[in-house]
Design a protein around this ligand. Structure first.
Ligand code: HEM
Ligand SMILES: *[C@@H]1O[C@H](CO)[C@@H](O)[C@H](O)[C@H]1NC(C)=O
Ligand SMILES: *[C@@H]1O[C@H](CO)[C@@H](O)[C@H](O)[C@H]1NC(C)=O
Ligand SMILES: *[C@@H]1O[C@H](CO)[C@@H](O)[C@H](O)[C@H]1NC(C)=O
Ligand SMILES: *[C@@H]1O[C@H](CO)[C@@H](O)[C@H](O)[C@H]1NC(C)=O
Ligand SMILES: *[C@@H]1O[C@H](CO)[C@@H](O)[C@H](O)[C@H]1NC(C)=O
Ligand SMILES: *[C@@H]1O[C@H](CO)[C@@H](O)[C@H](O)[C@H]1NC(C)=O
Ligand SMILES: *[C@@H]1O[C@H](CO)[C@@H](O)[C@H](O)[C@H]1NC(C)=O
Length: 268
């Protein structure tokens, strides 16, 4: 009887190993092998955001950049980061392993620049198997965080698709030359709250980046989605959560692929 039970246990251990090497991400990946993993990550992230609010925005953006360059493979454990700032939450799929390489040129070509037009944005996201809906919902991340003057300068001096008073209000801290690193909020209204005001800004030609405003210009294919999210926070949160899962599923390394770095900044 006892040996049968041991055999049964042994079977589950092997089955567990087999499932693991089969390589699927799952929200319960650490439940038995490291049950405190998520609460430890959560505590650390809460403490970091308490110390410096922008860390929430930085982590969100880091996850985007990680995923768009050869898949989400730096094991960034984003445990519902945005929910600490209010906003949507989703079950993060776990079991990611770390890459053993990094590519500057892949980073340069895969991450869309803020000068992108809507057709480039669509094709850039499509190359990651992300839809127009994913693009518009994920861009809602710009409801928090900051951008540097050098990245929106030409927009506030040279573009016609921008609210004139809004452009003027930014020119004080972002002169025609110099002060490249001066910062402005991506969402001028509530820069620290995860809400749908980013989309309301776009309807009023108050997107900070050229790429933001490309999502709503009166005739763009994204216009309809911007209108929906501007009107309906629930729809935005729902689509954002789904899109984050889609983005997080870009080519993760699982099973025995890659490695688990002992020092995050170095290949073992
Ligand atoms: C659609 C294409 C996108 C473009 C062209 C774009 C571009 C940018 C740029 C230029 C900045 C300012 C960076 C700086 O000043 O150095 C920024 C900030 C930010 N982006 Fe995006 N982004 C895009 C999509 C996304 C996505 C998909 C996410 C997350 C899911 C995201 C999250 C953020 C966040 C949170 C910040 C603020 C970071 C901070 O304050 O530290 N962005 N983005
Ligand atoms: C708190 O934030 C500051 C930047 O605002 C940073 O230099 C410091 O390392 C942070 N401290 C902790 C404990 O995270
Ligand atoms: C990537 O872009 C940076 C900044 O524009 C540039 O300095 C660097 O040379 C580029 N590297 C590659 C490999 O394309
Ligand atoms: C969008 O940008 C791409 C890349 O810069 C360019 O080739 C294309 O002509 C632009 N499309 C439109 C409609 O402006
Ligand atoms: C997108 O989907 C295709 C077909 O399933 C797949 O071959 C490709 O690797 C996927 N690309 C990414 C970036 O996940
Ligand atoms: C605005 O456009 C003009 C003409 O194309 C150019 O000379 C100038 O450098 C641009 N200014 C900014 C701030 O981008
Ligand atoms: C809006 O975007 C569409 C799609 O790229 C483009 O054809 C159109 O010219 C743009 N309209 C304005 C006013 O910029
Ligand atoms: C705006 O949202 C409400 C529900 O929040 C919905 O009843 C209404 O149809 C929406 N209007 C538009 C134009 O999407």
């Amino acid at each position: 009887m006892a040996s049968n039970f041991s055999l049964l246990l042994l079977f589950f251990v092997f089955a567990g190993t087999f499932l693991e090497t089969e390589g699927k991400l799952t929200p319960t990946f650490y439940s038995s092998k490291c049950p405190k993993a998520l609460s430890i990550v959560q505590e650390e992230v809460v403490a970091a955001i308490k110390n410096e609010t922008r860390i929430g925005a930085s982590l969100l953006r880091l996850h985007f950049h990680d995923c768009f360059v050869n898949g989400c493979d730096a094991s960034v454990l984003l445990d519902d980061t945005s929910s600490f700032l209010g906003g949507p939450s989703w079950k993060v799929r776990l079991g990611r392993r770390d890459s053993t390489t990094a590519s500057r040129s892949a980073a340069n070509t895969s991450i869309p620049p803020p000068t992108s037009n809507i057709s480039s944005l669509i094709s850039n996201f499509a190359a990651q198997n992300l839809s127009l809906r994913d693009l518009v919902a994920l861009s809602g991340s710009h409801t928090i965080g900051l951008a540097r003057c050098t990245l929106f300068r030409s927009r506030i001096y040279n573009e016609s698709t921008i609210d004139a008073a809004f452009a003027k209000s930014l020119q004080g801290s972002c002169p025609r030359s110099g002060n490249d690193d001066n910062l402005a909020s991506l969402d001028l209204q509530t820069p620290k709250h995860f809400d749908n005001l980013y989309y309301k800004n776009l309807l009023k030609a108050k997107g900070l980046l050229h790429s933001d405003q490309e999502l709503f210009n009166g005739t763009s294919s994204a216009d309809k989605l911007v209108k929906i999210y501007a009107n309906n926070t629930f729809a935005f949160f729902k689509h954002f959560a789904k899109a984050m899962v889609n983005m997080g599923n870009i080519k993760p390394l699982t099973g025995s692929q890659g490695e688990i770095r002992t020092n995050c900044r170095k290949v073992n």
